[in-house]
Design a protein around this ligand. Structure first.
Ligand SMILES: [Fe+2]
Ligand SMILES: [Fe+2]
Length: 271
């Protein structure tokens, strides 16, 4: 399984290229079977201080990861139909399924630790509404904000707890979300290929504003998790820097990226 490395471009510092839908189908299917050895049987308890620090925060992220993403999937299905690429939509379904898997893992941990689930927060409702304000490219940009924030939130959550189950769940989600950033970047490049440079510049500006607002809201709402590690300033700085790198990667891929390696013009076997 490890022979199929998803992010060799990032490791080598290269821009890479936009990969075909089947590449992501293979990635999500293989990732589903990756074994993370979560120690469910280790009966560590959550002390009162730790519970106060993380319970509400986990419940909100668990709820956010549970979205059925109906609007996003409808947009994806439309794009698939218009471009004659059914696998594009299939990959969207696999992506949403992977997000829902994060919700299930967090939910199972919450039951183990006696933490109650919550209904939707206003931030969650705003985030879902924003996704529906444009095409699949805009929806992917809004989703990517969550992927980028996850790259700072879950390491902070991991630092905020000693519970071995939750720490291992964080490891898995951090790994998955890193791939989701690249997934969204490539999709944005593909579905916004027909947009002119002024329209793309407008979206870049809108995404920057959205990221700044989202990072501030997450910082306030999850300050008990974030304030010790990485700390407020570092969290905001890191979120904005991640967003800038993702936007620069979109620009670089729009300009053509790197040449497609011969090995990635052929679909690998799933067995
Ligand atoms: Fe997720
Ligand atoms: Fe994600």
């Amino acid at each position: 399984m490890d022979a199929f490395k998803p992010f060799e471009c990032e490791e080598s510092g290269q821009v890479g290229h936009v990969r075909p839908s089947w590449w992501w189908t293979v990635h999500f299917r293989r990732n589903r079977h990756r074994e993370w050895h979560i120690p469910w049987d280790e009966a560590a308890s959550l002390d009162a201080v730790e519970r106060r620090r993380i319970a509400r925060s986990i419940a909100e992220f668990q709820r956010g990861e549970s979205s059925e993403a109906r609007c996003y999937l409808a947009l994806s299905e439309g794009f698939s139909g218009r471009t004659g690429d059914p696998e594009f939509h299939h990959t969207s379904q696999l992506f949403v399924h992977e997000e829902n898997g994060h919700s299930e893992l967090l939910g199972r941990f919450m039951r183990l630790a006696g933490i109650s689930q919550i209904g939707g927060s206003w931030g969650d409702r705003v985030f879902r509404a924003l996704r529906g304000l444009g095409d699949i490219g805009w929806a992917s940009r809004v989703l990517m904000i969550a992927e980028l924030i996850a790259q700072d939130y879950y390491p902070a959550l991991r630092e905020a707890t000693d519970h071995p189950v939750l720490r291992r769940i964080c490891d898995k989600i951090i790994f998955d979300e890193a791939a989701h950033i690249r997934f969204q970047v490539e999709r944005i490049v593909r579905v916004e290929a027909s947009l002119g440079s002024i329209a793309v510049f407008g979206r870049r500006a809108a995404q920057t504003v959205l990221m700044a607002g989202a990072a501030a809201i997450v910082l306030v709402g999850h300050r008990h998790v974030l304030r010790r590690h990485p700390g407020a300033r570092a969290f905001i700085a890191s979120a904005l820097a991640r967003n800038r790198r993702a936007l620069d990667l979109i620009d670089a891929l729009r300009r053509g990226g790197d040449a497609l390696p011969e090995a990635q013009t052929r679909r690998p076997s799933l067995v």
